[in-house]
Design a binder for this molecule. Structure first.
Ligand code: ATP
Ligand code: MG
Length: 189
C-alpha cells in the first residue's frame, strides 16, 4: 500500500494535483483543510475551534490535528493508497505520522514536493479568493499563511530529505505537465 505525502506552500496546488492522482490511481485522499472546512460548515465544536485559527492564518494545534488525522485514516481503510494533502505541516506532525503508520505496519512511501515561487502563490490565492468563498483567501491572511509556512512547515523539506523520501517537482506550468511528473515518481515506487 502506498502512503503519499503531497507537500507544498498554500496555493501550491496540492488539492488540484491530489484530485488528478485520485482519478488515475484510485487512491483515497485526506485533505486536512477540507476536513476542517466541513466541520466549520456543520458548525461542530471542532469547526468552531478550527475557525479561530484558520481565519487568522494560524495552524490548528498539533495534538488536535494528529487525532483527526488518525481517525480519518482509519475510516478510509482498506485502501490501495492514501494521499496526505495538508498533513504533516509541522515536524511533530511528521513524527506522529511516521509512528501512526508504523503501528499499522505501514510507512510513508514518498513525499512529493510542489515548488512554486512566492509571487505566484500570492497571485493564485488572491485569484482563488474571488470565487472560493474562503475567508482565509484574502491578501492579509495569505501573507500570514506564507509566513507560517516558511517558519513551521518548510523545515519538513530537510526532515523528509533526511528520511530519503523527498522528491521535488516544478509546481507551475500546465496541470497535465505537473501531473505527469508526479506520476513518473509514483510509478517508480
Ligand atoms: P493548498 O492551496 O495547497 O491546498 P491551503 O493553504 O489552501 O493549501 P489547506 O490545506 O486547505 O491549505 O488548509 C487551510 C487551513 O487549515 C490552514 O491554513 C490551517 O489553518 C488549517 N490546517 C490544515 N491542515 C493543517 C494541519 N495539518 N495542521 C494544522 N493546521 C492545519
Ligand atoms: Mg487545499
Amino acid at each position: 500500500m502506498k502512503n503519499i505525502v503531497i507537500f507544498g506552500a498554500p496555493g501550491s496546488g496540492k488539492g488540484t494535483q491530489s484530485d488528478l492522482l485520485v482519478k488515475k490511481y484510485g487512491f483515497k485522499h485526506i485533505s486536512t483543510g477540507d476536513v476542517l472546512r466541513a466541520e466549520m460548515k456543520n458548525g461542530t465544536e471542532l469547526g468552531r475551534t478550527a475557525k479561530g485559527f484558520i481565519d487568522n492564518g494560524q495552524l490548528i494545534p498539533d495534538e488536535l490535528m494528529i487525532d483527526i488525522l488518525a481517525a480519518t485514516y482509519d475510516s478510509l481503510m482498506p485502501a490501495e493508497g492514501v494521499i496526505f494533502d495538508g498533513f504533516p505541516r509541522t515536524i511533530p506532525q511528521a513524527e506522529a505520522l511516521k509512528d501512526m503508520l508504523a503501528k499499522r505496519n505501514a510507512e510513508v512511501s514518498v513525499m512529493l514536493e510542489l515548488d512554486v515561487p512566492d509571487e505566484m502563490l500570492i497571485e493564485r490565492l488572491v485569484n482563488r479568493g474571488k470565487t472560493s468563498g474562503r475567508a482565509d483567501d484574502n491578501e492579509e491572511t495569505i501573507k500570514k499563511r506564507l509566513t507560517v509556512y516558511n517558519n513551521q512547515t518548510a523545515p519538513l523539506i530537510d526532515w523528509y530529505e533526511k528520511e530519503g523520501l523527498r522528491r521535488a517537482v516544478k509546481g507551475y506550468g500546465s496541470l497535465e505537465e505537473i501531473n505527469a511528473e508526479l506520476c513518473k515518481v509514483i510509478d517508480s515506487l
